[in-house]
Design a protein around this ligand. Structure first.
Ligand code: UDX
Length: 439
């Protein structure tokens, strides 16, 4: 089978590369010429463990192509994935202009039956919108009256975690397919055959339900995080330990242990955007989603809570130097979109602090936002003569720091562990003024 993926951003490139690994012939299309040229040379525009190998191998073996020519790619493909961005607009709703443009472009090149799949996270009703755009276009330009038989629209949301995307694609918890035609369902199942063979559950449903599953899943996970962060704030006041509260809760199989790690709040390109977009979708239908709304607000408060904690503990932060360990919104990615580190640094800078930052891969991206803070060569360099160290992202290399060395490097022994990596008692015994979340 030959397929096309339109949009070589995070989702598009991972999806295209992984399908080619399944033996499918894939053309990844993007209008950005430079990006396509560098992909041909094996340069991946972002950091994702394992992706480069898969791209290079399949490119070399001819199963993965890169192109700027949408027309040619569409004509030779049976399935076309739309994986372009749906950035948030000022009011929180998703901007669908890229999706609309791509639908028009696809319509220009439909000569035989195609399955058109949305992979991007799109508002409920987008599948229908794409169907209309293509249908009307075909009727106008090709005078095809039976336009609806020439293509089907499918919703196939992705559930990829950055940093673990290859594993998530190859061994997903589930595959969701929203379609209204048996032919399209059969083609999608065929495409995902390797996953069928490892008994991955498939949820086959209508398009709108599939579109909503994605938003509901992300918003639920975001709610879990906000819930435990609020519990953490309560734990601090009553003298309880949130890690143990989470463990005790998570052992109940109805709750489950995942996504109950208290921290500085959720970030990234999905949770903040998708929760807001879901609220927007609901309000357009006059439905109140109080829980999702509260999860968003609790997340915004969490940044203030931790920033204030740092400021208060250090007394007057003006002129003090703070070592920041970890800038990406989570480990194993260089993505700093909506990263807690960015907001915390902003708050500390506004209060007059100096920042010495280190991250294994996200410093280049952060330099664009904060060109004037000091970037360091490692965690120890960052701590050198600092008044406090703050761990914001739980990269593995921060899990086993030489604490005695850090103690010697710091001017004052303030240690803010926003990911609860270290043991409070041990840290206190070492002489640190240690703060973690909810313990
Ligand atoms: C998420 C979803 O997990 C994925 O299924 C979806 O398709 C895209 O959005 P991702 O944004 O890559 O993936 O990151 P994820 O691992 O889910 O973490 C999101 C944020 O929540 C991070 O900032 C992380 O630090 C935070 N988080 C996660 C917590 O604070 N506590 C937790 O227990 C889990």
């Amino acid at each position: 089978m030959h397929i096309t993926i339109i949009g070589t951003g995070y989702v598009g490139l991972v999806t295209g590369a992984c399908f080619s690994e399944f033996g499918v012939f894939v053309t990844c299309v993007d209008k950005d010429k430079n990006k396509i040229e560098s992909l041909k040379n094996g340069t991946i525009p972002f950091y994702e463990p394992g992706l480069e190998d898969i791209v290079k191998r399949n490119f070399k073996q001819g199963r993965l192509k890169f192109s700027t020519d949408i027309g040619e790619a569409v004509e030779e493909s049976l399935v076309i994935f739309i994986a372009v961005g749906t950035p948030p607009r000022g009011d929180g709703s998703a901007d669908l202009s890229y999706v609309d443009n791509v639908a028009e472009e696809i319509a220009n090149h439909i000569k035989s039956y195609k399955v058109i799949v949305t992979k991007s996270t799109v508002p409920v009703g987008t599948g229908e919108r794409i169907r209309k755009i293509i249908s009307e276009h075909l009727q106008q330009t090709q005078a095809i009256n039976t336009a609806d038989n020439l293509f089907d629209v499918v919703s196939n949301p992705e559930f990829l975690r950055e940093g673990a995307a290859i594993e998530d694609f190859m061994r997903p918890n589930r595959v969701v397919i929203g379609a209204e035609s048996q032919q399209a369902i059969a083609i999608m199942k065929d495409l995902y055959r390797p996953l069928y063979l490892i008994e991955t559950p498939f949820v086959i449903t209508n398009i709108k339900t599939a579109e909503l599953i994605k938003y509901a899943s992300n918003s639920f996970l975001a709610t879990k995080i906000s819930f435990i962060n609020e519990m953490a704030n309560l734990c601090e006041k009553v003298g309880a330990d949130v890690n143990v509260v989470a463990k005790g809760m998570g052992l109940d199989r109805r709750i489950g242990p995942k996504f109950l790690h208290a921290g500085p709040g959720f970030g990234g390109s999905c949770f903040p955007k998708d929760t807001k977009a879901l609220l927007r979708i609901a309000s357009e239908h006059n439905v109140e989603l109080g829980i999702v709304d509260a999860a968003i607000r609790a997340n915004e408060r969490q940044i203030t809570v931790v920033s204030e904690k740092i400021k208060t503990m250090l007394n007057d932060i003006k002129g003090k130097t703070i070592a920041i360990l970890g800038l990406s919104f989570k480990p194993n990615t260089d993505d700093i979109r909506e990263a807690p580190a960015i907001s915390i640094i902003k708050n500390l800078l506004n209060a007059g602090a100096n920042i010495r930052a280190y991250d294994p891969v996200a410093m280049e991206n952060t330099k664009i936002v904060f060109p004037d803070i000091t970037y360091c060569k490692d965690a120890y360099d960052a701590c050198s003569s600092a008044d406090a160290v703050v761990i914001i992202t739980e990269w593995n290399q921060f899990r086993n720091l030489d604490l005695e060395r850090i103690m010697k490097l710091l001017k004052q022994p303030y240690f803010f562990d926003l990911r609860n990596i270290y043991e409070p008692q041990k840290m206190k015994a070492l002489g640190f003024n240690y703060y973690s979340i909810g313990r």
